[in-house]
Each structure stands twice: as structure tokens, then as C-alpha cells.
Design a binder for this molecule. Structure first.
Ligand SMILES: Cc1cc2nc3c(=O)[nH]c(=O)nc-3n(C[C@H](O)[C@H](O)[C@H](O)COP(=O)(O)O)c2cc1C
Length: 220
């Protein structure tokens, strides 16, 4: 027996709880942006995924504010078309979570929380100093989704190209042919989001080899 729940019957808050519980674990993008005046903003987004490698492409799902207005991250991405996704490992989890508080536009979470920054290489928004990786991104498309009672979209899907990667020392290894090896998930120790306020890390893992190519059916 299972519960049958037509999606259209759900209140928004219940749909949110089902989505974040069932689509899990999710990686966390700790997104750094600049506003029109050049003031910094940083906030976490776990409706986040890599969707293409060549060119490297990511998506973010940015919900609206309760009053239907744009979150600062979305307003800044639409304005400046650039942002940085900072990797979240356990030492940064508390600061990442604290930066999700609804600070007023123009209030910098960097200053309010004492998050240390360093310059990015090709985009203007800074990155978080000391994180294990950072992806510098440029906006490709912003697609409105759903309808808020205020008339605007309930969410916006941001599709962006990664234009520059930063990876901390000690994580990059190459094989004899010079090809990058997969980064050890235990050393990366990424924090992932589960339902509610639960989190997990990539410190625990198991391996499953890819399946062999199925045999061709014999033409007897
Ligand atoms: C771990 C975590 C993940 C989050 N993921 C999302 C998300 O995917 N989409 C979203 O709209 N808000 C998400 N939030 C909430 C935003 O971080 C929060 O609304 C924040 O105040 C937005 O800040 P901004 O207005 O500076 O962009 C998340 C919060 C946390 C703690």
C-alpha cells in the first residue's frame, strides 16, 4: 500500500516538504553574487544540480520571497549575469546555514557573519576563502516556473555555464595519461541536504562498478 497524492491537491508547504524529503540528498550551492551597487550577497540553494559537462552547466531553483518578490540572489544574477557557487564542506556548514536568514537587500551576509572572501578569477563576485572548490558561473537562461498569488512566478530556474573552476590543493590527481581522476569524495567531504534540517556528507560511501555492455541477442 502506498499513499496516492495528486500533486495538484497539495498545499505549497506540503509540496515543499515532499520535494525536499524525496529528492535527496541534494548538493548545496552557496551562491555569491553582487548587487547593482557592487555590494556582496551570499545564500545557500539546494535546488541545485550539474546537468551537463561539456560545456559545464548547472541549474538552480530560486523560489520567490513569501510576498512574491525576488530573492536577492536572483535579482543580482539577473542584474549582473555572474555568480560563484562555493562548495560546502562540514567546516562551512554553520556559516552556510546562517547565511540563509532573510537579511534585507543591501545587507551583506559576508559582513554580518564574518565570512572571509577572496577574489574570483573571471567573474566579479568574490568566492569564500578556504572552501574546497568554487565554480565561477555566467547566466545562460532564467526560466520562470509556476505562479505566485501576487501574479509573478513562484520560482525561477537559473541555467548557467561554469566558466572557471577552483579546486583546493591536494584534491586534484591525474593518471599516467594526464587525465583527471575522480576526486576522492571522502577528502572533498561535501555536505548534502536531506529533508527538514537534516544534512549528510560524502565522507561515507560505497562503490558500484559500471555494468558490462549487455550481450547482443543471438540471431538464431
Ligand atoms: C541548505 C539550504 C538550502 C536552501 N535551498 C534553497 C533553494 O534551493 N531555493 C530557494 O529558493 N531557497 C533555498 N534556501 C533558502 C534561502 O537560502 C533563503 O531564502 C535566503 O534568505 C535567500 O537569500 P537571498 O535573498 O540573499 O538570496 C535554502 C536554505 C538552506 C539553509
Amino acid at each position: 500500500m502506498s499513499h496516492e497524492i495528486p500533486a495538484d491537491s497539495l498545499r505549497a508547504s506540503d509540496a515543499y516538504r515532499l520535494m525536499i524529503s524525496l529528492v535527496a540528498p541534494r548538493p548545496i550551492a552557496w551562491v555569491s553574487t553582487l548587487d547593482r551597487a557592487g555590494r556582496g550577497n551570499i545564500a545557500p540553494y539546494s535546488y541545485f544540480q550539474g546537468v551537463c559537462s561539456h560545456p559545464p552547466t548547472i541549474v538552480l531553483g530560486v523560489g520567490g520571497r513569501p510576498d512574491g518578490g525576488e530573492k536577492d540572489t536572483l535579482a543580482n544574477i539577473l542584474e549582473r549575469r555572474e555568480f560563484v557557487i562555493n562548495h560546502v564542506s562540514e567546516p562551512f556548514a554553520e556559516a552556510m546555514n546562517a547565511s540563509s536568514a532573510p537579511y534585507a537587500p543591501g545587507v551583506s551576509e559576508w559582513e554580518a557573519l564574518g565570512i572571509e572572501s577572496e577574489p574570483s578569477t573571471v567573474v566579479a563576485p568574490p568566492r569564500v576563502a578556504g572552501v574546497r572548490a568554487a565554480l565561477e558561473c555566467r547566466l545562460q537562461h532564467a526560466i520562470p516556473v509556476g505562479e505566485h498569488r501576487s501574479g509573478g512566478p513562484s520560482s525561477t530556474i537559473v541555467i548557467a555555464r561554469v566558466v572557471h573552476f577552483h579546486v583546493a590543493d591536494g584534491l586534484i590527481e591525474r593518471d599516467e595519461q594526464g587525465r583527471l581522476k575522480a576526486i576522492d569524495p571522502a577528502r572533498l567531504a561535501a555536505v548534502g541536504r536531506l529533508g527538514g534540517i537534516a544534512y549528510t556528507t560524502t565522507a561515507g560511501q560505497f562503490e558500484i562498478p559500471r555494468p558490462p555492455k549487455p550481450a547482443e541477442p543471438s540471431s538464431a
